[in-house]
Design a protein around this ligand. Structure first.
Ligand SMILES: Cc1cc2nc3c(=O)[nH]c(=O)nc-3n(C[C@H](O)[C@H](O)[C@H](O)COP(=O)(O)O)c2cc1C
Length: 352
């Protein structure tokens, strides 16, 4: 299928696997790339050295294009951009709006820039700064999420910007792809659906929790790090919601120290990152401290398999997903489903 997204990044299918901390590693990303979709490595939970070796590992497993997701406000964003450029990565994906200089540097090097946003004004801002396309995530999407549902946000953003718009939040099948195209999107981006594949390295016990979830088992809470965060409701979420502010801050200090060691960051760098977050997102110091909590709690589930002590970030769509196909099977199934849907809608006339 030919859309502005497939033309822009050079993939066969207008499907993106989004950057998910601890989940979107070399194995998942290369499986997605080999299936003809765009896989994106999550780098916020990697040190710069780990990022470089992860990029090399993906490149060794596939000749197809792929991307790297990074936090726009990270103190070492410029270093990560340099790695992306030096390693010849095709796409840079950003959580939140990147600074104009970063977009310019990537575009000068021929890297396609696709930020992820959750609101129309952010889409307008990054389009004005020269982003090549934008992923727009509706409220039903997993992880940190906004308030506006995909069905409202997507057409709003499509009408507001001239660059290709990729729809995220709640997608899992071919009907969804056809619907997104009908809204004017250039493709779909999925997190939860790709987490639930046989190629994903998430431990089986954790995948089983997602498969067992119903749509009402997925909740939004601010109890983890102060920001609205969509995840499976679990004993951990219940206890975080019960625990007070002081307990949350003490926990955050422990997590910040652990994350610093894991990510190979120095304390001065952590403080610089914190300052950037305060200014970039208008957060208080306690919110900045809490921000270190998410990566550590996500690691507990996604890497260590702890369903009791880990956060299981999830889209609402987990409630309708019931199997663990390979990425190749999934992408084929979605493309066949979309073709069938479009055929049905056009009474068998070919859709161009
Ligand atoms: C387990 C998990 C981890 C995530 N981590 C990140 C992340 O590190 N950076 C980011 O930009 N988005 C992250 N997200 C959001 C996804 O990239 C994506 O936008 C979202 O999952 C789309 O909605 P869906 O789950 O309904 O497909 C995460 C989502 C999940 C489910």
């Amino acid at each position: 299928m030919d859309t502005p997204l497939t033309r822009l990044v050079g993939v066969r299918h207008p499907i993106v696997q989004t950057g998910m901390g601890w989940v979107a590693g070399p194995r998942l990303v290369s499986a997605v790339a080999n299936a003809g979709a765009l896989g994106i490595l999550a780098s916020a939970t990697m040190s710069p050295q780990e990022l470089r070796s992860a990029v090399r590992e993906v490149a060794a497993r596939t000749d197809a294009p792929f991307g790297v997701n990074l936090r726009a406000d990270a103190g070492d964003a410029a270093e990560r951009v340099r790695i992306i450029v030096e390693e010849g990565v095709r796409v840079a994906s950003f959580a939140l709006a990147p600074r104009r200089e970063l977009i310019d540097r990537l575009k000068d090097a021929g890297v396609v820039v696709i930020p992820s946003v959750g609101a129309r004004r952010h889409a307008e801002k990054v389009a004005g700064w020269g982003a090549d396309a934008v992923v727009v995530q509706g409220a039903e999407g997993g992880g940190h999420t906004g308030q506006v549902a995909t069905t409202v946000l997507l057409p709003q953003v499509v009408d507001a910007v001239d660059i290709p718009v990729v729809a995220a939040g709640g997608f899992h099948d071919g009907r969804g792809l056809a619907a997104a195209l009908a809204y004017g999107a250039a493709g779909i981006a999925m997190g939860t659906r790709f987490l639930l594949t046989s190629d994903s390295t998430v431990p089986d016990a954790v995948k089983a929790r997602y498969l067992a979830a119903t749509v009402t088992d997925v909740t939004v809470t601010t109890a983890v790090d102060g920001l609205p965060h969509r995840m499976l409701r679990s004993e951990l979420v219940d206890s975080l919601e019960r625990s007070g502010r002081t307990a949350a801050l003490l926990r955050a200090v422990r997590h910040a120290a652990a994350f610093r060691r894991l990510a190979g960051l120095s304390w001065p760098r952590m403080v610089r990152d914190g300052l950037a977050m305060r200014h970039g997102k208008g957060l208080t110091w306690s919110q900045v401290l809490l921000a270190a909590t998410t990566p550590m709690l996500l690691k507990a589930s996604m890497v260590d398999g702890r369903t009791d002590t880990g956060v299981m970030a999830s889209g609402q769509v987990a409630g309708v997903i019931e199997d663990l196909p390979s990425c190749a099977e999934l992408v084929d199934r979605i493309m066949a489903g979309a073709a069938q849907t479009l055929d049905r809608l056009t009474g068998g006339r070919t859709v161009g």
